[in-house]
Design a protein around this ligand. Structure first.
Ligand code: HEM
Length: 548
């Protein structure tokens, strides 16, 4: 989730570097080596509502300290939060006290010519960084503990948080579980979870006299949790219709992790454990772990009792879920995953797969609500596909027959990437292709949001224009210009799963509902572990008559 995998999810974009103006600029792009502190500011700065131009957002790095530092830039080091032992740009002066704007571009030695370890490392959103993006060894470097560490008690050593040989081995073992042949069988789950959500929407619309006003992010979050629980555990908790202890625990854990980032006193584990939040976190972790361990152990016992062949036959038409696949997987030496490993991976999929996909879907509906012409084109595409079918279901082979809807999804992931940044701790000096060096020890925040809003790559970046992703307009564009699922070997393993779910839910929803903005509830972006909206993402949903 990415920062999330959550992890390094920064905050709102900023217009510019500090320059000479007083006070903390929003989203400073050049706080290196002060680096991103995700728990600051305690409340999100209130930016303009969505759709209102706010200058050119450059990067999502929250800024520390709150007021301009007069002395050493390493105030934070004194309280033990920042590690870099790294000379600031141009020598003695902290990068943020340079006059005249971006210290990385003016008033300082050209970082391209700076000797190793003394230059100002570039920010990821700068055009000249782009060619270096793929070679950035930081993509395979370990996740830094500040961004991702709070997830550890929940996700353990799953794919998102593990590193080194363990990560490489698990990534190899898990990759086949995301093969198209496996994903095919999940499409019917995406359909059925969407039907359940739509039934709720219809009931809400009827109760409201025709149009429902809903916080779609909440509904979509339950939908994605529902479908993931079915795909991973073959378990139907009916969480979209009734409370589920397990699902509530996951939602609570996500909230608590975000809150811990914001509360400095909750950072040390021993203090957190003593706090009310820490105790709630421990309880919710126990609920999640007990559920996962129970499924894994029951399956393991059945597998041991029956043997592989009989166990497979005992599925009786039920397709393999992720737990089955992970129980069966073996590396080249015949080693399998332990129960603990499988549980960590399953918990990671639940975490990494639900909020991200829900955010992607919610922002897609938001963007289409504001662009009725594109919404109508998607609707025609979906209705054409479903015409004449007894059951209005999207099938696997249909997914490639939704080209315009796919363009709309991609443009939405560009404009509103669910994971806004990822971060890595550089374990060695990293030489960039252009000669600059990111010194060992630096925590490197790579802004997905900033990359997607770079006007040199995306003209008029604030404009929602799905035609950017037409085959002809995509020609020649660097694959690194569009990175909602990150890039390199540690990219999102679940991206095909997510894209399939996004297409099914989008096509069915637009075929059945007209989606409109809710003028009474302006939407403002808010970055937590994923890109959300302050006070929810409210839209108006009107059921459409069934097509004959
Ligand atoms: C729109 C939906 C999604 C988005 C935007 C997204 C985005 C990302 C990003 C940016 C990363 C890199 C995180 C980092 O390096 O810190 C990532 C990693 C990951 N994602 Fe996703 N993701 C999505 C859906 C999913 C789903 C559905 C699953 C699983 C079912 C999943 C599982 C994972 C895992 C396990 C990793 C860690 C991979 C590794 O480090 O090897 N994601 N995702």
């Amino acid at each position: 989730m990415g920062d999330a995998g959550g992890g390094g999810r920064g905050t709102r974009g900023s217009p510019s570097c500090p320059g000479g103006s007083p006070g903390p600029p929003r989203g400073v792009t050049c706080g290196w080596p002060g680096r991103a502190i995700p728990w600051w500011p305690p409340t999100q700065p209130r930016g303009p509502p969505e759709g209102v131009s706010h200058g050119q957002p450059k990067m999502l790095i929250p800024w520390w300290p709150p007021t301009r530092p007069q002395g050493s830039p390493f105030q934070i080091v004194k309280i033990g939060l920042v590690v870099p032992k790294y000379p600031p740009c141009g020598g003695a002066t902290p990068p943020w006290v340079h006059k005249g704007g971006d210290p990385c571009s003016s008033g300082t030695p050209n970082p391209l010519q700076a000797p190793k370890g003394t230059g100002c490392p570039p920010r990821a959103t700068r055009p000249r960084w782009m060619p270096s993006f793929p070679s950035l060894a930081a993509f395979v470097a370990p996740k830094d503990k500040l961004f991702y560490g709070f997830l550890k008690p929940w996700l353990g050593d799953g794919l998102l948080l593990s590193h080194g040989d363990k990560w490489a081995r698990h990534r190899r073992l898990l990759t086949p579980a995301f093969h198209f042949d496996i994903l095919k069988s999940y499409v019917s789950i995406f359909n059925s979870s969407t039907h359940i959500m739509h039934a709720k929407w219809r009931a809400a619309a009827e109760a409201a006299g025709g149009t429902a006003e809903l916080n779609v992010l909440e509904h979509l979050s339950l939908l994605t949790l529902d479908s993931l629980q079915k795909c991973i555990f073959s378990h139907d908790s009916r969480c979209q219709e009734q409370p589920s202890e397990y699902i509530e625990a996951i939602l609570e854990l996500s909230t608590l992790v975000v809150r811990r980032h914001h509360r400095l006193l909750h950072h040390p584990s021993w203090l957190y454990r003593l706090s009310a939040d820490g105790r709630r976190f421990a309880r919710a972790c126990a609920v999640v772990h007990d559920f996962t361990a129970d499924v894994v152990q029951r399956r393991r016992r059945a597998l041991n009792r029956l043997g592989h062949q009989a166990w497979l036959e005992s599925h009786q038409g039920r397709s393999m879920d992720f737990i089955d696949l992970l129980l069966m997987t073996k590396d080249e030496d015949g080693n399998t995953l332990s129960d603990e490993d499988i549980s960590a991976e399953a918990d990671t999929f639940m975490f990494e797969g639900h909020d991200t996909t829900a955010s992607g879907l919610a922002w897609l509906l938001y963007n289409l609500a504001h662009h009725p012409q594109y919404q109508e084109r998607c609707r025609q595409e979906a209705r054409e596909l479903l015409k004449g079918r007894d059951v209005a279901e999207i099938e696997w082979d249909d997914l490639s027959r939704l080209p315009f809807t796919t363009m709309c999804i991609k443009e939405s992931l560009r404009l509103h990437p669910p994971v806004t940044a990822v971060s890595r701790r550089c374990t060695e000096d990293i030489a960039m292709r252009d000669g600059r060096v990111i010194p060992k020890g630096v925590i490197c925040l790579m802004s997905i949001y900033g990359t997607h809003h770079n006007p040199d790559i995306w003209p008029e970046p604030q404009v929602y224009n799905p035609l950017r992703f037409s085959p002809e307009n995509s020609q020649g564009r660097s694959p690194l210009a569009f990175i909602p699922f990150s890039a390199g070997p540690r990219n999102c393993i679940g991206q095909s799963f997510a894209m399939a779910e996004l297409r099914v839910v989008a096509a069915l929803t637009l075929a059945r509902f007209a989606v409109r903005p809710d003028p009474a509830r302006p939407v403002r972006r808010k970055t937590e572990l994923i890109l959300r909206a302050e006070d929810g993402l409210w839209l108006r949903l009107e059921p459409l008559p069934e097509e004959g």
